[in-house]
Structure formats: C-alpha cells, structure tokens
Write a protein that binds this ligand. Structure first.
Ligand SMILES: [Zn+2]
Length: 156
C-alpha cells in the first residue's frame, strides 16, 4: 500500500485512541492541516500531472514577468519548444506513464529540459516532506507528546 495512505490510516487510528491526551491530538490535527493540500495532491490519481502543469506554468510566469526565475525553462534553442512557451509537450501528457514520457522526452530533446527535471525533484521533495511530517506526528502520538517539527530545509 502507498505509504502516505498507510500513514494517514495509522494516524486516524491513533486519533481515536482514548489513551492519548486531547492536547496531543489537537496538535497533531493542526500539523496535519498544514500539509493537507500536499496530501490531497499526492493521493490524486493524476496528482503528478497536475503538479507538472502547475510548476511549468508558474516558472514560465516567473521567468517572463521579472520574477525570481532567471534561467530559461529549457536549454534548447528551438523557438517551437513547448516548454519555452510554458506548456507541457503533448508527447508527455499523452504518455501512459508520465515518468516514462518524461524520460523519453529528455532523451530525444536537443537541450536539457531544466523545468521538467526541477518539477520531478520538487514532486519528490513534496512527498518526502509529507512522509516526514506524518512519521513525526505518528511517533508524537504514540509517545503522547507534541514535538517541534523542523522539516529539513531542502523540503521547504
Ligand atoms: Zn526545449
């Protein structure tokens, strides 16, 4: 079973336990509410695709409106490149498996598709952060003691 789902189920059971104080449970619910958006996205069947589309769009806007991004979305010099126009190439969106589609595109493309590589990494960071918070919440519930959650910087 998906680890995120398993953790949610374990947390649900712990929150029902009469042996854990209300204070710890309230703390746990508060911590979880802060990652709820990420949990929902991770559990959507097409969550990764939504993340990809949003990430490419967001970076495109940042690059074209004097935002934080200073590097082009793709290193190729092809003016017809979808990524340079803030779109996901259809050969990726039409692929049965997005990871396979990404790899194939990367292999065939004439320049490094930076934005896709970053999107893959930020998706994986998102998952790692959710798992980190879930595991911390579980052990705090088991010990019936709230803790300070300091996620590693790379996850933020
Ligand atoms: Zn390109």
């Amino acid at each position: 079973m998906n680890e995120v789902v398993q953790n949610q189920s374990d947390i649900g059971d712990l929150l029902k336990s009469p042996n854990i104080s209300r204070e710890t449970k309230d703390w746990a619910r508060d911590e979880l509410s802060q990652i709820q958006y990420d949990i929902d996205l991770l559990l959507l069947p097409n969550g990764f695709q939504e993340h990809l589309v949003d990430y490419v769009k967001q970076e495109y806007e940042s690059y074209n409106s004097d935002g934080e991004r200073t590097e082009p979305l793709c290193q190729c010099r092809n003016s017809g490149c979808d990524l340079l126009h803030g779109r996901l190439p259809s050969c990726i969106t039409n692929s049965d498996d997005l990871d396979t589609g990404l790899l194939g595109f990367k292999r065939r493309h004439s320049g490094e598709p930076s934005v896709l590589i970053e999107a893959r990494e930020t998706w994986s960071d998102r998952r790692q952060r959710v798992l980190f918070v879930q595991r911390t919440v579980i052990s705090a519930l088991v010990g019936d003691e709230p803790v300070q959650i300091d996620a590693p910087k790379a996850f933020q």
